[in-house]
Design a protein around this ligand. Structure first.
Ligand SMILES: Cc1cc2nc3c(=O)[nH]c(=O)nc-3n(C[C@H](O)[C@H](O)[C@H](O)COP(=O)(O)O)c2cc1C
Length: 165
């Protein structure tokens, strides 16, 4: 199996972080992976807000307490949807999903860990990350050093999801 396929299969949602920082070099590579995602008409409707300061991380963690993920991750990326950049809500959402998956794969490829957090429709969170009026929070991605190796959750079988015609 080549490296890309191996990374796709081995990536997991990691919900426990070990102590340790994420280097600027790794963070740049991770953000660049998001930047190079495909988007309809190449509109690139994503914006990435990096939350790294202890004060902001604490404020965010209070609003999104699940498993203390944000509290313990050294970095959280807030993925924003820039409504003025997009052109079709459904297609823009697909593009943002592609950017998030690119980010998760880059994180895993660097030996780091992350989790896609979607339960975040809350204006208080948008205020903490200083979202602009025309931006909507699409996801939060806490990332850091892995503190667990999750058992892979099952997947539907090929027979259940693939049809040939
Ligand atoms: C749109 C979306 C929202 C998600 N929201 C959360 C979340 O709020 N909290 C969480 O722990 N995991 C969240 N996840 C991660 C999923 O639970 C996870 O991807 C799924 O269980 C499969 O596990 P895997 O990522 O390890 O393959 C989300 C994933 C997606 C795609």
């Amino acid at each position: 199996m080549n490296e890309v396929l191996a990374t796709i299969k081995a990536r997991r949602s990691v919900r426990k972080f070990a102590p340790g920082e994420v280097s600027d070099e790794d963070l740049t590579a991770i953000l660049d992976a998001g930047r190079w995602a495909p988007s309809g008409k190449n509109t690139q409707p994503w914006r990435f807000i990096v939350v790294r300061s202890p004060e902001k991380r604490q404020a965010l963690a209070a609003l999104v307490p699940q498993d203390r993920m944000i509290a313990t991750a050294p970095v959280t990326i807030a993925v924003m949807y820039d409504r003025t950049a997009g052109y079709n809500g459904f297609k823009d959402a697909q593009a943002i999903g592609a950017a998030i998956e690119n980010i998760l794969l880059a994180v895993h490829s660097l030996g780091l860990a992350a989790c896609w957090m979607g339960k975040i429709r809350n204006p208080a969170i948008e205020a903490v990350v200083e979202a602009r009026d025309f931006e909507e929070l699409a996801a939060l991605i806490p990332l850091g050093r892995p503190g667990e190796v999750p058992t892979p959750p099952s997947r539907l079988s090929r027979d259940e999801i693939v049809r040939y015609t």
